[in-house]
Design a protein around this ligand. Structure first.
Ligand code: UDP
Length: 239
């Protein structure tokens, strides 16, 4: 592993399901600790880090659980779920000795900071990890779009999307043994082939701002640090 990380500042996007561990729902705090320790390995390399965590392990605005609830209210509930995940990750990271700040797109002043772009950048410059909660703050969006938006606003070198598998495949590799893994893709490849990486709004925002998206598995030890050093398996999406 080289001493100089390739990326100076990255945004790590994790889905809420990535915090469930072996559970069917909610959070596995041991697993959150494991992820936090992977994040800290990268922080120690000198890379500035911000995080966007989804909420799908608790609530999704378009899930069965939301049936009958007005979509805007359901999406507000989904955004609250991302705040819960952000607080859990903050607690793990701080227990492991790193300073953090949670900034929410929906102001919750007694719980965390409101989202303030310049303040978030300053936190990272001071060595704090910033966790962006409540998505974009708007219904009808996803945390993938929030990740692309915040990564552009923070002038990140890349979005690193930690998933269950080590890159983007032509089909679900857990269901189709013939599925092909890609090393590189263009934004257009993802959009025209409807590859399930991030939603189209997120891909388009990344494309318009030349922001590379790197998809890798969060499950392997050191995989986040490896990706930051351009080692191991991953798929890069760029033009
Ligand atoms: N959400 C929203 N606006 C946003 C981000 C998220 O309304 O900008 C809501 C939406 O209901 C979504 C839920 O929050 O279903 C959880 O986010 P997401 O589904 O992106 O989480 P993930 O799949 O990454 O766990």
């Amino acid at each position: 592993m080289s001493d100089t990380p390739v990326f100076k500042r990255v945004l790590l996007k994790l889905s809420g399901e990535g915090l469930m561990g072996k559970k069917q729902f909610g959070l596995d705090t041991e697993y959150v600790d494991q992820i936090a320790s992977e994040v800290i390995k990268v922080h120690k390399l000198g890379t500035e880090i911000c995080l966007v965590i989804g909420g799908g392990n608790i609530f999704r605005g378009i899930s069965d659980a939301a049936a009958g609830i007005d979509r805007t209210s359901a999406d507000h509930m989904g955004m609250m779920a991302t705040v819960m995940n952000a607080l859990a990750m903050q607690s793990s990271l701080e227990r492991l000795g790193v300073q953090t700040r949670v900034q929410s797109a929906i102001p919750m002043q007694s719980v965390c900071e409101p989202y303030i772009r310049r303040r978030a950048i300053r936190h990272m410059e001071k060595g704090r990890i910033v966790i962006f909660a409540a998505g974009t703050g708007n219904p009808f969006f996803t945390t993938d779009t929030a990740a692309a938006l915040r990564a552009v606003e923070m002038s990140c070198d890349a979005i690193l999307k930690g998933t269950q598998v080590d890159g983007v495949y032509s089909a679900d590799p857990k269901k189709d043994p013939e599925a092909k893994r890609y090393d590189t893709l263009t934004y257009k490849d993802v959009l025209t082939n409807d590859l399930k990486v991030m939603d189209a709004a997120a891909i388009t925002l990344a494309r318009e701002n030349d922001l590379p998206i790197v998809v890798f598995s969060m499950h392997k030890p050191d995989s986040f640090a490896d990706v930051v050093n351009q080692q191991g398996l991953f798929t890069v999406i760029k033009d």
